[in-house]
Design a protein around this ligand. Structure first.
Ligand code: HEC
Ligand code: HEC
Length: 385
């Protein structure tokens, strides 16, 4: 893993980026429908100097930048003008490394087009592997040392010792039994939130959920409230920590909101995907089963179950123009609420940010009004009103 200071550095640069687009977006037009079926702002009609990564939603653009930072093992200002910390518009300033990175995008696209049928097989990570300068000589330590396995792989060998159905049945059993899980139909929770966007300061958070798939989280940031909502179909994010006043979740991020709701209300988990694949690996020395949900033959998400049968991790991917970019959610501290085990702690790791939510109190089966899951008011409007 990377050193702490570097991770905080990345966070600081993301913070600088946040709110950058606030003014830009209001002046320009939203793009035609993508993802949630409503117009969402895209990279080239929102940002100033995008030449290659055009026509993609803002959340996908961010994932692409996170991919760059991850692949090269650097923070945002390795490529961007270091003034971007203080003056967000400096992200658009050309630098030699941005020009170099653009050449790399062109090279990567050409390789994929010519040799891999247009599939994103060669990505920044394929060559860079977390370093600025890819190695070109073989590594003997890799050949003779202990193999290091990344449990988050999209492609893993199938394990036939157990079926997905068995693993999922054991999960529902471990949670308290399918009957009790089905009767857990809503909740409200209080707790704390900490992340890059709070400089790892713990802030109060309020969460509410309603089966089968609605969830909302309100974080009381030091500079205003940030709301993330999934109404069962569409998802949004609005607050002082969003890149634009109202971020509409698309593709992989929308799937992420759906998955989070599925972990809160897992009664229908067996029907959540049309196909499943089972594997096994370990996470920090503990053996886990992987159950991968596939749709149209494409991996959508990996669920990891420990020996007690509970979910300890979920990994999903956003498809971007520069390849698949992962998001990992680690669940822990399961406690009993109305006879059902609820994970009181979750840590979300993305290529451009990390955050942890811890519950202190969960109220099961309470009335939650539908209005709590409505599309949030754009942050700017709220600030001005
Ligand atoms: C490896 C180099 C590299 C890294 C690291 C990188 N970027 Fe970029 N960034 C680029 C390139 C190249 C472009 C232009 C893309 C294009 O022209 O399509 C860009 C464009 C941008 C823009 C658009 C600016 C504008 O208004 O036109 C923003 C904002 C941005 N990056 C933010 C970030 C953030 C935030 C991070 C860290 C998470 C980051 N970048 C990390 C290479 C990088
Ligand atoms: C086919 C292999 C390959 C791929 C794919 C690739 N790179 Fe590179 N990249 C290299 C090599 C080789 C260098 C030169 C390193 C050196 O100078 O020693 C390099 C250098 C760079 C540099 C300059 C680093 C510095 O030290 O200034 C940047 C920035 C960069 N790559 C960004 C990217 C980005 C962003 C992507 C994905 C869009 C990408 N690369 C994909 C092989 C690759």
């Amino acid at each position: 893993m990377k050193v702490g200071s570097r991770r905080v550095f990345v966070g600081a640069a993301v913070l600088a980026f946040v709110a950058l687009l606030g003014t830009a977006i209001s002046a320009r037009q939203a793009a035609p429908a993508q993802g949630a079926g409503e117009p969402v702002p895209t990279s080239d009609n929102t940002l100033k100097n995008v030449q290659l990564l055009k026509g993609i939603p803002i959340d996908t653009f961010f994932e692409s930048m996170g991919m760059f930072a991850n692949a090269l093992g650097v923070d945002c200002t390795f490529c961007h003008d270091s003034n971007a910390y203080f003056d967000k518009s400096a992200f658009a300033n050309p630098t030699p490394r941005i020009m170099r990175a653009r050449q790399m995008i062109v090279m990567m696209n050409a390789l994929n087009k010519q040799y891999f049928g247009g599939q994103p097989r060669v990505t920044c990570f394929t060559c860079h592997q977390g370093t600025m300068q890819p190695r070109d000589e073989p590594n003997l330590a890799l050949q003779y040392g202990e193999p290091v396995e990344d449990p988050n792989s999209r492609n893993f060998p199938a394990f036939t010792g157990v079926t997905a159905e068995q693993v999922l049945d054991k999960y529902l059993q471990a949670l308290g039994g399918a009957d009790r899980v089905a009767k857990f139909t809503s909740y409200t929770a209080k707790g704390t939130y900490e992340g890059f966007d709070t400089a790892f300061d713990k802030r109060p958070v309020e969460i509410a959920g309603r089966a089968p798939a609605q969830q909302t989280m309100l974080v009381h940031m030091s500079n205003g409230d940030s709301v993330r909502t999934f109404d069962g179909q569409s998802g949004w994010w609005a607050g002082p920590d969003t890149p634009i006043p109202l971020l509409t979740l698309t593709a992989g991020n929308l799937e992420g909101a759906r998955l989070d709701a599925l972990i809160a209300f897992p009664a229908g988990i067996k029907q959540a995907y049309s196909q499943w694949k089972v594997g096994r690996t370990d996470i920090e020395g503990r053996e886990v089963r992987i159950v991968q949900g596939l749709r149209d033959g494409q991996p959508q998400a990996n669920f990891y179950f420990d020996s007690t049968g509970l979910v300890v991790r979920v990994v999903r991917w956003a498809r971007t123009p520069v390849g698949f970019v992962p998001t990992q959610v680690d669940y822990s501290d399961y406690r009993d609420v109305a006879g059902v085990k609820v994970p009181f702690k979750r840590t979300v790791s993305q290529t451009y940010m990390q955050m942890t939510v811890e519950f202190t109190d969960v109220q099961p089966n309470v009335q939650v009004p539908a209005s709590r899951f409505a599309k949030p008011t754009p942050w700017e409007t709220k600030r001005m009103g």
